[in-house]
Ligand binder design. Structure first.
Ligand code: FES
Length: 358
């Protein structure tokens, strides 16, 4: 190894403002370093935190298996809250346990590494390996006999924690894969368009030019089963434009009423609710990835990653002046899926020509 000049002393000769290296501050031993009782206490605290993590995992997995989630929003909220709480405890227990272990029990001596050639000397390499071994020995990782409680609970917590996340995911794989459910919604001939969320029907006279209504099918709130799923598919935006601004699509001459049009609220990109309406430009914006649809022109895509217009709901007005659906949507709502259908009256024929599927 070549002898090199000390750069610090050379620098201080050239630069009078440089100062002496203050060195490493005095090392103060922690209580756990000098008091075996404090060390045992810290060890128990770390084990308790790992125990919290294990309990969290049991809560999350147990809640997923035991709690009977119904269609009621309260039931969905409660189940998700308990599973989420379990996952939170599972993760935070491991995190805090590891931090507490490092701060109270692992060696905390300040280390200084002098700069020199990049490759360490053989002695330094052997020293580093020895340091790692010492560190492992010091932390108790390799000393199962010395800290069996810590190692045991730590390993158990690490093995169990992924279950809190994976179990519900794997469990959901057994869900309903029948894609024909996506092809139909609650809308039927004569179903009134109602305000979301109170479900009161909307008269044509309520819809002034420039206004926008968030709409659900009348009767949705009274459903006893699958209310959330049906709502997720059937939500609609109802808007009124100046009829002179509307470009009526071929074959859809009677799908609107005096400038009032209804489009699915589910973005055709990946299914976020499209809810931002810019009445001057007649543009509907999806907040997720900024797909923009032109309501005046069949809700065609004018910007963003969506590849298809929003499906239009054909509407009419009944004898009492309420806006009603003429039928279900004529195509499946929402994003693409492997058997997605398009522009067919029953929505049941695979689309060969669809562009830009995902
Ligand atoms: S979900 Fe609407 S733009 Fe992506």
């Amino acid at each position: 190894m070549s002898t090199t000049e000390n750069p610090t002393s050379h620098e201080s000769e050239q630069n009078p403002e440089s100062f002496e290296d203050p060195g490493v501050p005095y090392h103060r031993p922690r209580r756990a370093d000098v008091d075996p009782k404090a060390e045992k206490k810290a060890e128990r605290q770390v084990a308790a935190l790992f125990g919290v993590s294990i309990v969290g995992t049991i809560v999350a997995v147990g809640a997923y298996m035991v709690l009977d989630m119904t269609d009621e929003i309260e039931s969905i909220r409660f189940t998700n809250m308990v599973i989420g709480l379990g996952i939170f405890l599972a993760m935070i227990g491991i995190g805090l346990g590891a931090i507490h272990w490092a701060k109270t029990l692992m060696r905390d001596h300040e280390m200084v590494e002098e700069r020199h050639e990049l490759r360490s000397s053989d002695e330094a390499r052997e020293g580093a390996i020895q340091n790692l071994k010492d560190g492992a020995e010091d932390s108790g990782i390799s000393g199962v006999k010395r800290r069996p409680l810590l190692v045991g609970t730590g390993v158990l917590a690490l093995l169990a924690a992924p279950l809190a996340v994976l179990w519900p995911q794997i469990g959901n794989m057994g869900a309903d894969w029948n894609t024909s459910n996506f092809g139909h919604t609650m809308w039927r001939k004569g179903t009134r368009l109602a305000r979301d969320p109170d479900g009161t029907p909307i008269k044509a006279s309520d819809v002034t030019i420039g206004s926008a209504f968030h709409v659900i099918p009348e009767g949705l709130n009274e459903l006893e089963h699958h209310k959330i799923e049906e709502k997720a598919k059937a939500v609609v935006l109802l808007l009124r434009l100046d009829p002179r601004d509307l470009k009526i699509q071929e074959g859809r001459e009677d799908w609107s009423f005096d400038g009032i049009v209804a489009y699915s609220k589910i973005c055709t990109h990946v299914g976020c609710p499209v809810a931002l309406y810019e009445q001057q430009t007649h543009h509907l914006l999806c907040p997720c990835h900024q797909s923009t649809f032109d309501v005046a022109d069949g809700a065609k895509v004018v910007f963003g990653p969506a590849k298809r217009p929003l499906p239009q709901l054909p509407i009419a007005v009944d004898e009492e002046g309420y806006i009603v659906a003429q039928s279900d949507f004529h195509e499946p709502i929402g994003p693409s899926y492997w058997t997605r259908l398009k522009d067919t009256s029953d929505g049941l024929h695979a689309d060969e020509t669809e562009e830009g599927g995902h």
